[in-house]
Structure formats: C-alpha cells, structure tokens
Design a protein around this ligand. Structure first.
Ligand SMILES: *[C@@H]1O[C@H](CO)[C@@H](O)[C@H](O)[C@H]1NC(C)=O
Ligand SMILES: *[C@@H]1O[C@H](CO)[C@@H](O)[C@H](O)[C@H]1NC(C)=O
Ligand SMILES: *[C@@H]1O[C@H](CO)[C@@H](O)[C@H](O)[C@H]1NC(C)=O
Ligand SMILES: *[C@@H]1O[C@H](CO)[C@@H](O)[C@H](O)[C@H]1NC(C)=O
Ligand SMILES: *[C@@H]1O[C@H](CO)[C@@H](O)[C@H](O)[C@H]1NC(C)=O
Ligand SMILES: *[C@@H]1O[C@H](CO)[C@@H](O)[C@H](O)[C@H]1NC(C)=O
Ligand SMILES: *[C@@H]1O[C@H](CO)[C@@H](O)[C@H](O)[C@H]1NC(C)=O
Length: 443
C-alpha cells in the first residue's frame, strides 16, 4: 500500500512532510511521458466465466476472527518494497515499469519467486487464516491496457495453494482504471483519473469478470470476498458522494455476476472512517448478522503516515491503537462488518536502553536505536519489545472491534513484514500468542 518506506535505512523525509493531517502517501511523482507513451501490446488473456478446477464444495464457513496478511508487492509492484526489480530503470511504478526493456521477463521471474507455496505453508503455520491478494484490473479486462498481463495466472495458483493450506482468500482489486489514488500502489502514481471518462464503468466490468470466476460456487470454499477498490482518495480529483453511489452500483453488479451466495463484497472507506459508511451498510446488509453480512468496509490503520504520529512515544501509539475500537472501528451493534485490511508494526520511535521511547528518528545516547533507520536484524531488545507491545495492542484492538485484520505485508521490509517480525521476535510463532496480554484493558 504505502509507497514510501518509513523504514530501516531509508530517509524518513516523507513521514515528516505531511500537510493538514491527511494521509500523505509519500512522493507523488509526475509520470514520465517518454516512458509511458509506448503502450504495451498484450493480447487479451482469456478468462473463464467460472472455475476451471473442479472442486467439491468444501467448508464455506468463515472463521470467527479473520487473521490475515497481505501479499503486497507481488502482482502489483511497489518500488519501496522491491527496489531490486527497479534497478537500472527509470520506472517508478508498475505503469512505467511495464514499458521498460525486458519488463515481461523480469515480471515473470518476480511472480515465480517472490511468493511461493512455501510462503503459504509458513503463513498457515503462524495461525494466519486468510490472505488478501492485491491485483490490477488489467488482468480482468479484455481491451488493451498499458499493463502487461499474466498476473491472474499467479493469483489462480496462489488460491490453489491457499485452498490446500486451509486459508481463505480476499481477491483485492488494488489497481483501478485511471488510478483511484495516484499512489504507486494503484499501478500508476501521479494521476487520479478513476472518476473520469469511462473508468468507473471499466472498473465495474473488470470486477464483474473477477466475480464471474472467483465469485462462483466452485471457489466458495476458498475465496470469501472480493474488494471493489483499494484506497480511493476522497478529496482532490475524487468525489466522495460519487464513490459511495458507485459502491452501491458495483456491489449489485458483483453480486449478480457471482453465484457464491456467501461471497462478501468489501469496499475501502476512502480514508474516511467506517462510521461514514454505516448508512450504506444498513442499505446493503439489512438485518444480516455481522458475521455473514454481504457488504463489509475495509479501513487502513497506520501510525506512520502523518507527521503528528512521529511525535508520539510508543506508549502513546499503544493508547491510540487501543482507542481505535471506539474512534474508528464500529460497535458490535452496527450492521457493517469492518476489516482492517492494512496496518503495520512500524512506528517512528527511538528506544533507549532503559526501555523508554521517544517519537522520531534521532537519539544521541549510546545504545539508543530508532526504528526508521536501524535494520530490523540489528534491533536490540528495547526496540524489539517496544514494537512487539504495539503490534500486540493493535491485534487486540482489531480483534475486539473488527471482523478481521490483514497486516501489510508478508514480505514487507523491516517491521512492515510479517515474515520479518516473526523472525526477529516482534511477534510470537503464532499470531495469537501474547507476550504483553491485556494492554488495552478490554473485558
Ligand atoms: C463452468 O461453466 C460451464 C458452462 O456453463 C459448465 O459446463 C461447467 O460445469 C462449469 N465449471 C465449473 C467448475 O463450475
Ligand atoms: C468449517 O470452518 C469453520 C471456521 O474455521 C470451523 O469452525 C468448522 O469446524 C469447519 N467445519 C468443518 C466441517 O470442517
Ligand atoms: C474476452 O475475450 C475472450 C476471448 O476473446 C472472450 O471469449 C470473452 O467473451 C471476452 N469477455 C468479455 C467479458 O468481453
Ligand atoms: C488449479 O489447478 C492448477 C494446476 O493444478 C493449480 O496450480 C492451481 O493452484 C489450481 N487452482 C485452484 C484454485 O485450486
Ligand atoms: C459530487 O457528486 C455529487 C453527486 O454527483 C454532486 O452532487 C456534487 O456536486 C459533487 N461535488 C463536487 C464537489 O463536485
Ligand atoms: C479516542 O477516541 C475518541 C473518539 O472515540 C477521540 O475523541 C479521542 O481523541 C481519542 N483519543 C486518543 C488518545 O486517540
Ligand atoms: C531512560 O533513559 C532516558 C535517556 O537517558 C532518560 O531520559 C529517561 O529519563 C530514562 N527513563 C527512566 C524511566 O529511567
């Protein structure tokens, strides 16, 4: 998701340059017209209107708590997550990358190696029960687009691995036509044209194609949800009223293209909070119980995206995370389930040897370390423990007030990576394990 690294050995600038408290997802680059003028000609990828792998319908019951992880940086590139693949090129995002020399071969190599069945097995062993897999609309739309196709075959494989490992999958349409946010995570940074021309219609057509396949009964044991859009901005080029009316239209279009009666349709809150979506929840869910309601909202809860958060001590970060249950997540009486579709263990703190933390990126005492500029493998105990306290408090809050959570991201750098945090003791070998239980004082 986030397209700058507030992370080990990367300059912290972006986190401190934010205006007016709005999530500022880093550097919005102007796209390079010289690079993007050459459209990649890719023939339509035929997709079937339903599952091609025969399957007996397995267990379609969702676990009571969805404990998930994002497979970010895989089928949509984000330079801050996989800088190596961008080496020796001017590309800044998927859009520009796809027109560089040798892009297709590099992509295929990345798709084959970055995420494999061994990852799925490791993920399942941690007690994770679901994957959120971002993919671009371009793999599910027949007309020529400027993107290289083929990632959908990898998605299909991954869904098969998930099925074998007993994991559920959320197919997340993360890159929408025209770009819904101008961040690299949409495939294209620097422009926001999702609400112009026929892009909103194309968005729905692609979603219907996703739904015909992954919303079919033949996937009902594994694909539990489809996400309509990831992080559309609700300011500047996007109109929030239109986002909400489009959501209702897209919900019905996806529903009618699906045959799995249990399929959930998930929308991101467009950087408002789930509170702003309750009317739509009421309209689309009626009196359906939270556990099986067909429409759910996705909210992303980070504490490393705005300047003010870099002033907080870790104790303050933890208090804020616990408080999310009332400030952002909805009460159990609501008719709108909430997924925390993205969050991170990363905060910008420095930890002294005596365990005290301060916000920011600087401390001058021997042994003191700041999370944004020391590699996670070199973290000393105070920083590891402080980060673990925060992450465990986050998980407690999400499980108290949400339908489920998905950490960003499996192979994220530093404390952005679930794989890393487990490896370096920032979380236990099971995601339900707590070294610091009851921090939020929930009953
Ligand atoms: C897919 O659809 C075709 C034609 O509608 C049908 O014959 C086939 O059984 C379906 N396959 C699956 C796996 O649902
Ligand atoms: C189906 O999955 C649910 C949720 O994980 C679980 O509680 C239930 O035991 C499973 N049922 C069967 C028959 O495996
Ligand atoms: C996409 O193209 C394929 C192959 O030409 C065709 O079979 C299919 O019907 C098309 N799908 C849509 C939704 O236009
Ligand atoms: C479909 O079959 C292919 C080939 O065996 C496999 O790689 C893939 O994971 C399967 N997909 C699902 C969803 O089971
Ligand atoms: C947003 O869209 C709504 C509905 O189309 C419209 O009434 C409103 O004027 C628009 N707002 C802005 C700021 O353009
Ligand atoms: C806690 O949440 C409430 C809203 O429920 C908000 O008014 C308050 O500022 C929050 N406090 C902190 C410390 O975040
Ligand atoms: C921990 O060390 C820092 C830096 O020396 C100091 O400012 C702080 O007061 C100490 N905290 C405690 C609780 O001793």
């Amino acid at each position: 998701m986030v397209n700058f690294g507030v992370l080990a050995s990367v300059a912290l600038t972006a986190a401190f340059t934010t205006v007016d408290g709005r999530p500022q997802h880093g550097h919005i680059h102007q796209h390079r017209s010289s690079l993007v003028s050459a459209k990649v000609e890719a023939g339509p990828t035929p997709y079937t209107s339903n599952g091609t792998n025969s399957t007996s319908i397995g267990n379609t019951t969702l676990p009571d708590v969805i404990r998930g992880v994002n497979i970010g940086g895989w089928l949509i590139l984000e330079k801050w997550m996989t800088p190596d693949i961008f080496e020796n090129s001017d590309a800044t995002d998927q859009y520009t990358f796809d027109s560089t020399d040798g892009a297709e071969a590099k992509l295929k190599q990345h798709w084959e190696t970055y995420f494999t069945e061994a990852d799925v097995k490791k993920i399942a062993s941690l007690g994770i029960n679901a994957l959120r897999i971002p993919i671009g609309y371009w793999d599910f739309f027949n007309d020529t687009t400027p993107y290289i196709r083929g990632a959908d075959a990898c998605l299909e494989k991954a869904i098969g691995w998930a099925r074998k490992a007993g994991l559920k999958v959320l197919v997340d349409c993360h890159g929408s036509p025209g770009s819904q946010n101008g961040f690299d995570n949409s495939g294209r940074s620097g422009v926001v044209k999702w609400q112009t021309d026929d892009n909103l219609d194309v968005s729905i057509k692609a979603l219907q194609n996703i739904a015909k396949k992954y919303g079919s009964t033949s996937y009902a044991d594994v694909v539990f949800a489809i996400q309509l859009v990831n992080e559309p901005i609700s300011w500047a080029q996007n109109n929030f009223t239109l986002i909400q009316s489009w959501t209702k239209q897209a919900f019905h279009a996806v529903k009618s293209a699906s045959t799995n009666p249990h399929l959930q349709i998930i929308m991101h809150d467009a950087f408002t909070t789930p509170w702003a979506w309750q009317d739509i929840g009421g309209e689309l869910n009626g009196n359906a119980p939270l556990k099986t309601a067909p429409f759910a909202i996705d909210t992303h809860l980070y504490q490393n995206q705005v300047a003010a958060d870099s002033l907080l001590t870790q104790e303050q970060h933890i208090a804020k995370a616990c408080n999310w249950t009332s400030s952002n997540l909805l009460p159990a009486s609501s008719n709108l389930p909430v997924y925390v579709g993205e969050f991170s263990a990363q905060t910008n703190i420095c930890a002294y040897l005596n365990g005290t933390t301060v916000g920011g990126d600087k401390c001058y005492e021997d042994g003191c370390q700041c999370s944004c500029n020391v590699d996670i493998e070199d973290w000393k105990e105070p920083l590891v423990k402080a980060t673990r306290r925060f992450l465990e408090a986050e998980l407690d809050a999400f499980e108290k007030g949400g339908r489920g959570w998905f950490m960003w991201s499996w192979k994220g750098p530093g404390a952005w990576g679930l794989e890393n945090v487990v490896r370096f003791g920032v979380l236990g070998e099971k995601v339900t394990e707590r070294e610091f239980p009851g921090q939020c004082g929930f009953s």
